[in-house]
Design a protein around this ligand. Structure first.
Ligand SMILES: Nc1ncnc2c1ncn2[C@@H]1O[C@H](COP(=O)(O)OP(=O)(O)OP(=O)(O)O)[C@@H](O)[C@H]1O
Ligand SMILES: [Mg+2]
Length: 271
């Protein structure tokens, strides 16, 4: 069911603490504290903050990979922590992650054909998913073309590709189930600047073509500004400022936001 007028992602007063030993006692370290935000359908919400500010933890909570200590997350109206098995399965189809390290995310023993079509096999019992050899091959070629690769990649293994090409393969795989939402956690941080810029422009094109919604995580303010409609700024687990991207960058309210803007040089990305 599509929930009209509802944010695609609703993060509601999320906190996350981890236990740590302090001498004989166990203390709790809060890494995300009382964060609320929404991601509207079709937009890019940029999530920016220094290393350790809790961005990845928040992303993993939204993906249902980490259980929050408090608060709730709804994706497409479904409470991620309380979803039934069938609902979770459906959510997994709608929401796909792309992580920083394009090599770690790819199984080195699999061929590209298997990598990009594996999500279809995982969801093979669902309507509209064909898993005969010819269909999988055709689908893999279609996905590779969308990310700027071609069918010569199909029989090859991840180590035969450059970092940028590997991230393209990750993105192709993330698109296999035609998700509505990509959670992009520092997808270009491990790449050379010029290669990263190509991936960023690919992401922009894919968003236009497929009406995708992005949660884009980065510590680079210029990169986030280039891609985002809105920006949320995190500092030590807390959301310190949220606003429309250009407005927030032109008139930051918080000293921390000004620091982030000053800390990073402009990027060589162009439309
Ligand atoms: N499983 C865990 N157990 C204990 N502490 C954790 C765990 N996962 C994350 N942390 C801590 O939570 C804090 C936030 O980490 P997180 O990875 O979310 O930050 P981040 O903003 O993504 O940083 P980066 O920009 O370096 O990726 C860090 O201090 C980290 O050490
Ligand atoms: Mg992180």
């Amino acid at each position: 069911m599509y929930h009209l007028g509802m944010a695609l992602v609703e993060v509601n007063a999320i906190s996350k603490s981890y236990p740590r030993r302090a001498g004989l006692r166990t203390e709790f370290k809060t890494v995300v504290e009382d964060v609320s935000l929404t991601v509207e359908s079709g937009e890019t919400l940029g999530l920016v903050g220094e290393s350790g500010s809790g961005k990845t933890t928040l992303a993993r909570i939204i993906l249902g990979l980490v259980t929050p200590s408090r608060g709730s997350v709804r994706v497409d109206g479904i409470d991620v922590a309380r979803a039934s098995g069938a609902e979770l399965h459906r959510l997994r189809r709608q929401m796909q992650p792309v992580f920083q390290d394009p090599y770690a995310a790819l199984n080195p023993r699999m061929r590209v054909l298997e990598i990009v079509t594996e999500p279809l096999l995982i969801h093979r019992h669902e309507a509209g998913i064909k898993t005969d050899r010819a269909s999988l091959r055709a689908k893999a070629i279609e996905l590779l073309r969308e990310v700027g690769l071609d069918e010569s990649a199909l029989p090859r293994h991840p180590h035969e590709f450059s970092g940028g090409q590997r991230q393209r393969i990750n993105i192709a795989r993330a698109l296999a189930l035609r998700p509505r939402l990509l959670i992009l956690d520092e997808p270009v941080s491990a790449l050379d600047v010029s290669v990263g810029a190509q991936i960023v422009n690919l992401l922009r094109r894919l968003q236009r073509e497929h009406g995708l919604t992005y949660l884009f995580i980065s510590h680079s303010m210029p990169l986030v500004r280039y891609l985002s409609t809105r920006i949320a700024v995190m500092e030590r687990g807390r959301l310190v400022e949220t606003g429309e991207a250009l407005e927030l960058c032109a008139h930051p309210k918080e000293a921390y936001t000004r620091q982030l803007i000053a800390a990073t040089p402009e990027l060589p990305v162009g439309a």
